[in-house]
Design a protein around this ligand. Structure first.
Ligand code: UGA
Length: 429
């Protein structure tokens, strides 16, 4: 496939849109990123990157001459062959995906003389492509093609995941449109799965559901380990070496969060329910995850007798390391529950900021979080937590209760330092 230069418009300057735009520019295409947020577009024009995503700054900087930013649809569309849709699809009250931003993009598309192809990068319910096709046809825009090209990038590794993916999925109504989208990826060494639009849409939802199922599975194994004296870290190692199972996504912890899994699990659950199917396994995956976040409260109550009046340090706020994203972060659920129980909550995080959480104090160092605290919970496995001199900090705590919610630290070492250390799915010492 030739790496011909194509003009691409990306609608949406969030995590997905910016990574998509920057990576396509890196592959040699000319990219214009459009967003309705004028502040964001102006900042990007000045070379400022509004989100924290490792490697993104460098990529945007290196490809400056092939990247531009605008708020205007007409400017974005001018001379463009491909329009990527990378806008947010948050959950509605009913759990369905809110597609209003997607529809705004589709309805704002002007009539064009030359064929253009709309490519859906946002995560949408199965059937969305069919509906968009219908809407375009209704407006007499048969010369606008439609392709589903879901993203499988994870926050924190999005640039690497985009440029070195396990696979690229392209679902098209028209073969030539699919080929065009496949060609845009020339230079990336990965298998391409060509499919119909509905199957491509379902592949995205099914991939996330499979990953979430593994997490809830290992968390339940962890809970059984706790009840029976086994160690889930050893068990995960033991089953992960089975090639049929594999080692990824078998880290037990305090549950998954983020902008994707919680929202996508609800969206798939509702999609199934709306089609008359009760997706039992997915319901269980969601429920296990909710309970998992709350189990830490049980562990703390056991050690502290009562939570009222205690001070609990939460180490980590972001839903995972290497991101400032706090959407659906387990730390927020923990903080909320602890406050409701009458505890004082301090949060340390190297990047993420506590915003609009009354009653929670943000501290700038791990030492500041632990000083005088009755308990600490390791919530996010930030690498800097490995470098902490835990021995020195122990004596600064009022009570040395430590719950390692990510099984990051060595239980024997922490106990030897005098901590009342507990983890997830590892027999209490
Ligand atoms: C996830 C998927 O991994 C991506 O493939 C997908 O493209 C993306 O959602 C999306 O739909 O946009 P992301 O949410 O950024 O990516 O982060 P993950 O690394 O998958 O972690 C999600 C959550 O699962 C985190 O809270 C993490 O702590 C938790 N997790 C992950 C575990 O508890 N255990 C594990 O073994 C792995």
């Amino acid at each position: 496939m030739s790496a011909e230069r194509t003009k691409i418009a990306v609608f949406g300057a969030g995590y997905v849109g910016l990574v998509t735009g920057a990576c396509f520019a890196e592959l040699g295409h000319e990219v214009v990123v459009r967003d309705i947020l004028a502040d964001r577009i102006e900042a990007l024009g000045r070379g400022e990157v509004p989100i924290y995503e490792p490697g993104l700054d460098e990529l945007l900087e290196r490809n400056r001459e092939r990247l531009s930013f605008t708020t205007e649809v007409a400017r974005a569309i001018e001379g463009t062959e491909v329009v990527y849709v990378a806008v947010g699809t948050p959950p509605t009250y009913s759990g369905d995906a809110d597609l209003s931003a997607v529809w705004t993009v589709i309805d704002e598309l002007p009539r064009v003389q030359k064929r253009i192809v709309v490519v859906m990068k946002s995560t949408v319910p199965v059937g969305t492509g069919e509906k968009v096709r219908h809407r375009l046809d209704e407006r007499g825009m048969e010369n606008v093609g439609y392709v589903s090209n879901p993203e499988f990038t994870a926050e924190g590794t999005a640039v690497r995941d985009f440029l070195h993916p396990d696979r690229i999925v392209v679902g098209a109504f028209d073969d030539a449109d699919g080929e065009l989208v496949e060609r845009l990826h020339a230079g990336i060494d990965a298998p391409v799965v060509r499919a119909d639009v509905a199957s491509a849409e379902m592949t995205k939802l099914a991939a996330n559901a499979a990953l979430m199922t593994r997490i809830s599975f290992i968390n339940e194994i962890a809970n059984v380990c706790e009840a029976t004296g086994a160690d889930v870290v050893k068990v995960a190692e033991g089953i992960g070496l089975d090639r049929r199972i594999g080692p990824s996504f078998l880290r037990a912890g305090i549950g998954f969060g983020g902008s994707c899994f919680p929202k996508d699990s609800l969206a798939l659950k509702q999609l199934a329910a709306n089609s008359g199917y009760h997706f039992q396994l997915l319901n269980a995956v969601i429920e296990v995850n909710e309970l998992q976040k709350r189990r830490v409260i049980g562990k703390l109550s056991e050690q502290l007798d009562r939570l009222r009046g205690t001070t609990v340090a939460l180490l980590g706020l972001a839903f995972k390391p290497d991101t400032d994203d706090t959407r659906e972060a387990p730390a927020l659920v923990l903080a909320g529950r602890l406050l409701a129980e009458g505890a004082n909550v301090r949060i340390w995080d190297p990047i993420a900021r506590v915003d609009g959480l009354p009653g929670v104090t943000q501290v700038e160092s791990v030492a500041g979080a632990l000083a005088g605290a009755d308990a600490a919970v390791l919530v996010t496995e930030w690498p800097e937590l490995r470098e902490i001199d835990w021995g020195a900090l122990r004596s600064t705590m009022r009570r040395p209760v430590f719950v390692d919610g990510r099984n990051m630290l060595d239980p024997a070492e922490m106990r030897a330092l005098g901590y009342a250390y507990d983890a997830i799915g590892r027999a209490a010492g």
